[in-house]
Ligand binder design. Sequence first.
Ligand SMILES: Nc1ncnc2c1ncn2[C@@H]1O[C@H](COP(=O)(O)OP(=O)(O)O)[C@@H](O)[C@H]1O
Ligand SMILES: [Mg+2]
Length: 292
Amino acid sequence: METSSLEKPQARTVLRYPSTDTLRRRQQHNRGHVSIADLSIRFGQDANAHIAVQNFNLTIEPGEFVCLLGPSGCGKSTVMNALAGFIKASQGNVQLDGKTVEKPGPDRGMVFQQHSLLPWKTVLENVAFGPLMTGATKSQAESLARTFLEVVGLSAYAERFPNTLSGGMQQRVGIARALANYPSVLLMDEPFGALDAQTRHMMQENLLEIWSEFRNTVLFVTHDIDEAVYLADRVIVMSAAPGRLIEDIRIDLPRPRTEDVYSDPAFISIKQRCLKLIRDETMKAFAQQNQA
Ligand SMILES: Nc1ncnc2c1ncn2[C@@H]1O[C@H](COP(=O)(O)OP(=O)(O)O)[C@@H](O)[C@H]1O
Ligand SMILES: [Mg+2]
């Protein structure tokens, strides 16, 4: 993957973006309450039926940063996709701000592991696309896009095409694009999973700085325990398939979090707890796969 010194998010400078009226208004509205009640998701029919998520319950308060942690294949993306409105609940209910989720909408901003930018549009046009679709004029949308590119430290790349940017930069454009719709909740599915360790850490810091300013609700999927504990207010540990919630761990480590947090005894103890839960779950998953 192409890297350069420009790759690194300018974590210390992102807070200098212009604060907009819209932003303040949305913060006052206290949006982003997620309620997932008794959710089960089944794929396939009859003999081929496969339960991916079972009796999953989760409530997230506005502004909380929640990480979903669990072994591969346990249903993390499935829970996220149900909240995104891409797949329907087989049983139970998924609500955002009191409304049942039925289809995708601009109140949910998605960031995936592989960027999904439109290759034929410039970086600016990619970020401006959402606001344009929801009724902003071209100049309003471009002005918003410039604001959010500044937030992620990529103002200088507005006129470039996505394929001329490194993986980390493309993910930052993806975050700017998601934020430009003023989502109530930011849904991030292993967004830094494909990045090298150094870049991933810079991205995590950058994301926390942005979140501390915007206070969107964030639901962040990862299988990386360090990442989950470093970022989250709460780490939700899921069982092996079919995914259930097995532990809801509150992370009371002080913010802003810096690298020092990794040597904090509280961090180490939570990490060990997560490691044990995930190890037990992975063993169970292996045993299940052996029987299949
Ligand atoms: N669209 C789908 N159709 C059929 N099975 C699916 C579909 N999406 C996911 N699954 C299955 O559901 C289970 C959970 O998948 P997923 O949510 O992607 O896991 P995770 O994100 O935790 O790795 C897996 O067994 C996967 O194969
Ligand atoms: Mg997944």
